[in-house]
Ligand binder design. Structure first.
Ligand code: GLP
Length: 239
């Protein structure tokens, strides 16, 4: 896995990369994250879109994850986040937006159907992601199977605490979610993980310098042919 520490901010770097990848593509399948780091990335996407440098009209998106049991209309559901930060501002076709349904009655069926949808779309061309302080990617917490497919997860205390900043309290923060698996991410043709700030320094170290281990799920990307971490200097503090 390569490390890139861009001169510009990681979000702007991601927007430039996407612009390159979309050039001349008839259809492009894009995997997308949520979270604080992604906010800057979507702001850069919107900026490039408003300048006429990016268009999503041929893009099909698959989000990485969604809270379980949180109403879709809740401002902190990942579908609300995506509308607020990207979908409501660009020319993506509504039928090309995919995100796991955290309120599906039959979760097993929903997870299976989500994997099938990705396969039927031809697989993911580029997966953008973030990383948790504990090395999780999407919501694949430490000791997840490195071959996992879309599934329901119980979030760790570390993740619940980190995500509680978006809610009124830790009690209100969802404890479970649906996430694509590590295997789903590994199947993407390209994976780009954004990491910013000192809090991510240990995860970045484990990703680049540690052994491949489910203890630090992100380390699985060492086995991917085309995976990079795009980090700022704070996130590289432990290298
Ligand atoms: C959540 C998301 C992850 C994301 C992580 C990092 O846990 N499910 O996909 O990578 O947050 O978020 P942040 O960028 O806010 O640190």
């Amino acid at each position: 896995m390569r490390l890139i520490v861009p001169q510009i901010n990681t979000g702007a770097y991601a927007a430039r990369l996407l612009k390159k990848r979309l050039k001349d593509s008839k259809k492009f399948v894009l995997g997308l994250p949520t979270g604080g780091t992604a906010v800057d990335m979507y702001s850069a996407f919107r900026e490039e879109y408003s300048k006429g440098n990016l268009s999503f009209k041929n893009v099909v998106t698959f989000n990485m994850d969604e809270y379980f049991g949180l109403p879709a209309s809740h401002p902190q559901s990942y579908i609300s986040f995506m509308k607020r930060h990207l979908f409501d501002h660009v020319d993506i076709k509504p039928e090309n937006i995919n995100i796991p349904d955290g309120n599906a009655k039959d979760i097993e069926k929903e997870c299976f159907a989500y994997e099938e949808k990705i396969k039927n779309a031809g697989g993911i061309d580029l997966f953008f992601g973030g990383v948790g302080e504990n090395g999780h990617i999407a919501f694949n917490e430490p000791f997840s199977s490195l071959q996992s497919q879309t599934h329901k997860v119980f979030l760790t205390q570390c993740t619940i605490k980190a995500n509680s900043r978006f809610f009124n309290s830790e009690e209100e923060t969802p404890k479970t979610a649906i996430t694509v698996g590590v295997g789903t991410i590994m199947s993407a043709r390209e994976v780009v993980i954004l990491a910013t700030g000192f809090k991510k320094a240990e995860a970045v170290r484990a990703a680049l310098e540690g052994a491949v281990s489910s203890k630090w799920v992100i380390s699985a990307l060492q086995l991917h042919k085309k995976a990079v971490i795009v980090a700022d200097s704070a996130a590289c503090a432990n290298l």
